[in-house]
Design a protein around this ligand. Sequence first.
Ligand SMILES: *[C@@H]1O[C@H](CO)[C@@H](O)[C@H](O)[C@H]1NC(C)=O
Ligand SMILES: *[C@@H]1O[C@H](CO)[C@@H](O)[C@H](O)[C@H]1NC(C)=O
Ligand SMILES: *[C@@H]1O[C@H](CO)[C@@H](O)[C@H](O)[C@H]1NC(C)=O
Length: 180
Amino acid sequence: MMRIRMVTVTVTVVVVVVGVLTTSATAKLHKVGGGQGWNQNVNYTQWSANQDFYVGEWLIFNFDKRYYNVLEVNKTSFDSCNDQVFMTNVTRGGRDVFELKEERPYYFLSSGGYCYHGLKLALVVQEHPLPAPVLAPALAPALAPALNASPINSLTSCPQISILSLIVVSVALMTNSIQL
Ligand SMILES: *[C@@H]1O[C@H](CO)[C@@H](O)[C@H](O)[C@H]1NC(C)=O
Ligand SMILES: *[C@@H]1O[C@H](CO)[C@@H](O)[C@H](O)[C@H]1NC(C)=O
Ligand SMILES: *[C@@H]1O[C@H](CO)[C@@H](O)[C@H](O)[C@H]1NC(C)=O
């Protein structure tokens, strides 16, 4: 009875710690175009090819709203620079953020004719790889629901994943020694 309670308490503590770690991890913000922002004479094909985009991350478009805007469009409109049929108007004040919520390709362009001069961006968002394999087999069933419920997708850096695996492994060891 006592033993079961201790294990339960330990697992609960871990779940809480894991929850805090994952929710406090700030989602990555991609600054579109780097220092040049959302502007003419930037090769956005090159820019997007040099980084990975994961679900739950954000884009920030910095631009002069007197000239440019940001519209999310579909592939057809992207290819033809059609600014009439758009999916989302991202434009607000010129420092505008956009959350990459789904695992799919995203397409953006600026109207005003600038799309024809290269002010367009295509990128592919991937699901973030889960740190699932680090779970000890005995603990996996107990922790799986909690891990699924927490925003594990927002994990952006390796140190956090390492801390996570360290905690999970040490708890697995603790649990084993209690049961022995
Ligand atoms: C942009 O960069 C890509 C990849 O490096 C290249 O294939 C393409 O020709 C460039 N576009 C322009 C307009 O320079
Ligand atoms: C994009 O939207 C237009 C207008 O709604 C539609 O005709 C076209 O088939 C769409 N293209 C894709 C690739 O979904
Ligand atoms: C997009 O939204 C901005 C700000 O609300 C607005 O000024 C602009 O006219 C909109 N653009 C389009 C194409 O609807």
